[in-house]
Design a protein around this ligand. Structure first.
Ligand SMILES: NC(=O)c1ccc[n+]([C@@H]2O[C@H](COP(=O)([O-])OP(=O)(O)OC[C@H]3O[C@@H](n4cnc5c(N)ncnc54)[C@H](O)[C@@H]3O)[C@@H](O)[C@H]2O)c1
Length: 438
């Protein structure tokens, strides 16, 4: 394939060298004259293990060159990668001026070009940037239409400086964001040289994935550092602790607990997190991230209440009361707190949870429920059918098999609010189905 790469920084130069090494003809476009001169001589201004050798090799083989002329690069390629920087402005907003400028140049170059062209955005940009900035800019500069005369595809980069070449060839996945199915086909073919599963999704989801990954990485580092501080204050080797924490690939290093939905609750997480941050404070150890978790969780319960309120009906069926499927533990269940708040706001509730049998509740579990929902007897329903009859809004709070019967039981005036994606793939008219975060 004939490829052009705009911006020969870390991402652009590694992408250029690796695709050229796989036999493609690559032309890099760089505005910085000093950098450009080096690339034209088959050298690189960047230190990245293996990059100098790879660039010298592909340049020597005639498969890589560089230019400052965007029009020449567009004429000589069928697919272009945008790899320019997206630094932070004052106040944290992303500076998209390089992306705007390069989109303008690509658009102007496309104006005089026959045939279709694919533009691949590899720079990291917030959701909506490609559709709100890149596409309109190219369209107005070229006088052409995206989807007709040219295509734009998102392809976030997951390489790390220091191991960029290895990361290029062995990424966790290749993400291809496309506006219409099939548009990313040329890119998918190009990536057959890379040993990784391909993920085809919308452009906005592709943009969001990169931010979710980087936020998660930052969170992991900060978590480890805060646990490090906590352990140090207790004379414990935190490396030993974290090593064992990471050996649990069932609950810790896994998909578990990573699906957006319900707030956490129950008899352990809230209590133990409180104890941990309480002890840290006693020891003058600051753990701002761990301390912020409880507040975020409380906000999450409030967001759920707001979401139910927005549907606009006062008769609400709550499906699930204990904090997860398979337990009748109600202590600090976010669902009990949610039900308490809704009752306080004057909602009429019907509650069903087949895991909870009032006569079997004892001790702290019983006390918590009596304190929060003193009239629970009159709120509980004996069957799913009864909840449906008593409610206009049905809030699915747990992924219990019983609730999969709902689509069969509801009438057109019912609304389903799904907090846990239990009915995400069920056949329910869109106007009646409200998924919390999907
Ligand atoms: N560096 C990383 O490890 C990494 C990893 C993944 C994603 N990213 C993202 O990839 C993007 C690029 O990052 P980078 O570190 O390679 O940036 P960088 O600043 O090292 O390189 C950008 C290059 O683009 C050039 N440039 C600017 N405007 C241009 C134009 N109009 N035409 C041609 N060239 C132009 C600059 O001179 C520079 O050489 C960013 O959005 C970044 O967030 C970076």
């Amino acid at each position: 394939m004939k490829i052009s790469i705009f911006g020969l920084g870390y991402v652009g130069s590694v992408t250029a060298a690796c695709f050229a090494d796989k036999g493609h003809d690559v032309i890099g476009v760089e505005v910085n004259p000093d950098k450009l001169a080096l690339f034209r001589a088959g050298q690189t201004p960047l230190f990245e293990p293996g990059l100098a050798e790879l660039l010298a090799k592909v340049h020597g083989a005639g498969r890589f060159d560089a230019t400052a002329d965007a029009a020449e690069a567009i004429r000589g390629s069928s697919i272009s990668f945008i790899c320019v920087g997206t630094p932070s402005k004052k106040g944290g907003h992303a500076d998209l001026s390089h992306v705007e400028h390069v989109s303008q140049e690509i658009g102007e170059a496309l104006r005089g070009k026959q045939g279709t062209h694919t533009v691949v955005v590899r720079s990291t940009m917030l959701p909506g940037s490609i559709e709100g900035v890149v596409i309109p800019q190219i369209e107005s500069a070229s006088g052409k239409r995206e989807g007709q005369d040219f295509h734009v595809v998102a392809n976030p980069e997951f390489m790390r400086e220091g191991s960029a070449i290895r990361d290029f060839y062995e990424p966790p996945f290749v993400v291809i964001g496309e506006r219409r199915a099939g548009v990313g086909e040329a890119l998918a073919e190009l990536y057959h040289c890379v040993d990784a599963p391909q993920v085809r999704i919308t452009i906005r989801a592709a943009e969001a994935i990169k931010f979710a990954c980087n936020a998660f990485h930052a969170l992991k580092i900060t978590f480890a550092n805060e646990i490090g501080q906590f352990c140090k204050a207790h004379g414990i080797d935190s490396h030993e602790v974290m090593d064992i924490v990471c050996r649990d690939t069932k609950l810790n290093i896994s998909k578990t607990y990573l699906q957006p939905g319900l707030a956490y609750g129950g008899s352990c997480l809230p209590k133990d997190l409180r104890a941990l941050v309480g002890r840290a404070r006693e020891n003058d150890v600051e753990l701002p991230m761990l301390e912020a978790i409880a507040k975020s969780n409380l906000n999450q319960i409030q967001r759920t209440i707001d979401f139910i309120t927005e549907v606009g009906h006062r008769e609400v069926g709550i499906l699930g009361l204990s904090f997860k499927v398979g337990t009748d533990d109600l202590r600090e269940s976010p669902l009990v707190i949610m039900a308490e708040t809704l009752l306080g706001k004057g909602f009429k509730l019907a509650i069903r949870d087949s895991d909870v049998e009032l006569t079997r509740l004892t001790g702290a579990n019983k006390r918590f429920l009596e304190e929060k929902l003193p009239h629970i007897n009159s709120l509980l329903s004996a069957s799913l059918e009864e909840v449906v009859v008593r409610s206009k809004v049905l809030v699915v709070c747990k992924n219990a098999p019983e609730y999969r019967e709902l689509p069969r039981l509801i009438s057109p005036h019912h609304h389903i609010v799904d907090l846990v994606a239990a009915l995400k793939s069920a056949k329910i008219p869109t106007a009646q189905y409200h998924g919390l975060y999907w």
